[in-house]
Write a protein of this length. Structure first.
Length: 311
């Protein structure tokens, strides 16, 4: 289900359970045990409430089960990566079966799946198969599925097209299954980082089709700099659009902002320049702009502290 956050404070509404822990992924590339130890430390810090799920590839779930520390509770978002490894046909089903071996461990929950399936054409039939495979294992428990479309110096398929497919699947999915999109905002490979206009096109299309989304990759810093997207830019653009505070044409302006002083976050409101959002608007927007995947927890938190947004 979409993230339900407090409406008492705009700061809490924006940051509550925002950062999914992707320390196993580049550029951090931590091995399993150090990643789990760091995740446990985050949960004990003063800013534990900003932390979300631990992101793990399905191909490494056996390793996770072996390295897991104690029996503390941990919520997983599993990346269905069989498709990336070259499997075909039953890609999703194979990884879901792998997930079954860990979701019954004491203290472990799997509340989210993520997938970029380059060998699978995302059409209505393909989505129906994915939904059926997930619902078979999660007939009543809340769970989310986040689909990421390919990007290589431009969208391989227009966002309006594949988000329409997700919207159609959402309309017929059971209430316990959230179907949403995942957008990659950076990467080491040439052409991996979407342009401002391409990212704006995704955010606008997701809003038009009423599809929730999470963002990942490259979002270590709050505000755009040196050509790298800022996570405040991305969040404010999506939340302000959802609130009706900006038109789709202004999304790119928010994404392009490089002045940290243009953003304000305090208990009363979240703001960008003349756009002001109260706590209830931010909380409603977080139901659509659900989470950020980051290989670092400390870096974005420390930057927010330096900006005075976590003081």
């Amino acid at each position: 289900m979409p993230t339900a956050v407090s409406t008492d404070s705009a700061k809490r509404a924006l940051l509550d359970r925002l950062i999914d822990d992707a320390a196993l992924f580049p550029p951090a590339n931590l091995t399993m045990l150090p990643a789990l130890r760091a995740h446990a430390r985050h949960k004990e810090s003063a800013y534990w409430w900003i932390g979300g799920r631990f992101v793990v590839p399905a191909s490494r779930l056996d390793e996770f089960a072996t390295a897991r520390i104690g029996r503390d509770t941990i919520d997983l978002s599993v990346v269905l990566d069989a498709g990336v490894r070259g499997a075909r046909g039953d890609t999703v089903r194979a990884d879901l079966e792998r997930t079954e071996r860990v979701r019954n461990l004491d203290g472990v929950t799997v509340s989210s799946f993520e997938a970029r399936l380059p060998r699978l054409v995302l059409d209505d039939a393909a989505m129906q198969r994915i939904v059926a495979d997930i619902v078979e294992r999660y007939p009543s428990t809340d769970v989310a599925f986040w689909y990421e479309s390919a990007y290589d110096a431009g969208w391989i398929a227009p966002p309006d097209e594949w988000l329409a497919t997700l919207a159609a699947a959402r309309a017929s999915a059971p209430a316990n299954l959230t179907i949403g999109a995942k957008v990659r905002c950076g990467g080491a490979a040439a052409g991996a980082t979407p342009s401002i206009d391409d990212l704006a096109a995704f955010i606008a299309a997701a809003h038009a089709h009423d599809v929730p989304w999470k963002a990942t990759a490259g979002l270590h810093h709050p505000v755009r700099r040196h050509g790298v997207h800022g996570f405040l830019n991305v969040l404010v653009a999506g939340i302000a659009l959802h609130a009706g505070a900006i038109e789709p044409a202004r999304v790119a302006d928010v994404l392009a902002e490089i002045d940290p002083t243009a953003f304000v976050l305090d208990p009363a409101h979240l703001a960008w320049r003349n756009v002001r959002l109260d706590a209830e608007q931010v909380a409603a927007g977080r139901e659509r702009c659900v989470a950020l995947g980051s290989c670092s927890f400390d870096e974005p938190v420390n930057d927010l502290r330096e900006l005075g947004m976590l003081s």
